[in-house]
Design a protein around this ligand. Structure first.
Ligand code: ADP
Ligand code: MG
Length: 333
């Protein structure tokens, strides 16, 4: 059997049960945005890792080195944000092809350093090796938080409302603009910047984690279509999404109109937006949304609801059911 027949998550589901057996108490392993290890009675350590490989995750000659450094850390911090955690330190393992200029690497490290400074994430170690052809970047981030507030993918409850902390589809549209070499007007530059320099929603994640009515949380890395399926798998529920309520930017809509791209499909399956998706008890949704807006000066957007329809992700447009050709991102399918 070839890996494309089962995909990235089929593979993870094949090997993970053996490793999930016999975990020590209060330890959480494979299956969420971070692993959780208890530190003491009240606090836990969060650990996450993500790898970026040249030509699979980025094109070295189409991203500024400082943006790549920033993004490599940002995608990991986004997983800490998804549990509600506070980052503490990072490790960087890097495989470097010999044709890279040292000055290029200086800028890569400057980008990584600037986001580390902004977020209190100290680079604590790593490993440096030679790679034959591709630049390979693997980062581990360690964080901590109050154990009782950790938000898991498994905590969604039927009736919960589904919320997003930011726009979806900008990054996926930015990627299409990069790949198709579209002209660089201000609007396209915004979309490319969203793709190359995503902001991890750490403060939003910490704020949401402090609220008991916020149940499940995940970051939008593979596209809400794929990320909602993780919530459905772990919470044994279904989801109804109202396509018209997906928050999208004007720049994204303009690009989609210009190039005849399906904005709804891009919003649902584009991926790499790195905002947060959470489910909130229906009775508290509106209140939390108001408080969120007061706190951050930005909206948190209601986009759908959790249902008892196990494993059914339904999209609606004017109450009519809609199906997409694409699903979220999987490395092998
Ligand atoms: P994320 O997108 O939040 O980084 P993924 O959806 O990629 O997480 O991964 C799902 C879960 O599978 C995570 O808990 C991750 O740590 C785990 N996982 C992925 N690949 C491996 C691997 N090679 N070995 C062990 N665990 C893995
Ligand atoms: Mg994640």
């Amino acid at each position: 059997m070839k890996i494309k027949e089962i995909g990235e998550f089929g593979l993870i589901n094949r090997f993970s049960p053996d490793f999930l057996k016999d975990l020590p108490e209060q330890t959480f392993g494979i299956g969420d945005d971070c692993a959780v290890l208890p530190l003491n009675q009240k606090e836990s350590m969060l650990i996450t890792t993500d790898m970026l490989i040249e030509d699979s995750h980025f094109l070295r000659h189409r991203i500024l080195p400082e943006d790549l450094g920033y993004k490599s850390l940002a995608v990991n911090l986004s997983d800490i944000a998804a549990m509600g955690g506070i980052p503490a330190g990072a490790f960087l393992s890097i495989g470097i092809p010999s044709d890279i200029e040292v000055e290029w690497l200086d800028l890569f490290f400057a980008g990584l350093h600037s986001l580390g400074q902004e977020t209190g994430t100290h680079l604590l170690g790593g490993d440096t090796t030679r790679s034959q052809k591709h630049l390979i970047i693997n980062i581990v981030v360690v964080g901590k938080m109050q154990t009782s507030n950790i938000k898991y993918r498994s905590a969604a409850k039927p009736g919960d409302e589904v919320y997003l902390t930011g726009f979806v589809g900008d990054s996926g549209t930015g990627l299409k603009i990069i790949m198709d070499k579209k002209p660089l007007d201000a609007s396209n530059r915004y979309l490319i910047n969203e793709h190359n320099r995503p902001r991890p929603h750490l403060e939003e994640g910490q704020w949401l984690a402090n609220r008991n009515s916020v149940h499940a949380m995940i970051d939008v890395s593979d596209g809400i279509d794929s990320d909602l399926r993780h919530i459905m798998d772990k919470s044994q529920c279904g989801v109804d999404i109202n396509l018209k309520s997906l928050p999208v930017s004007d720049q994204m809509l303009t690009a989609c109109r210009q190039h005849n791209w399906n904005s709804y499909e891009l919003a649902a399956t584009g991926g790499e937006d790195y905002c947060l998706l959470c489910t909130i008890a229906k009775k508290d949704g509106k209140k939390i949304a108001r408080e969120f807006e007061l706190k951050f000066g930005r909206a948190i957007y209601p986009v759908g609801r959790i249902t008892t329809n196990s494993h059914k992700l339904n999209y609606f447009y004017n109450q009519k059911s809609v199906h997409f050709r694409e699903h979220g991102f999987d490395h092998f399918i």
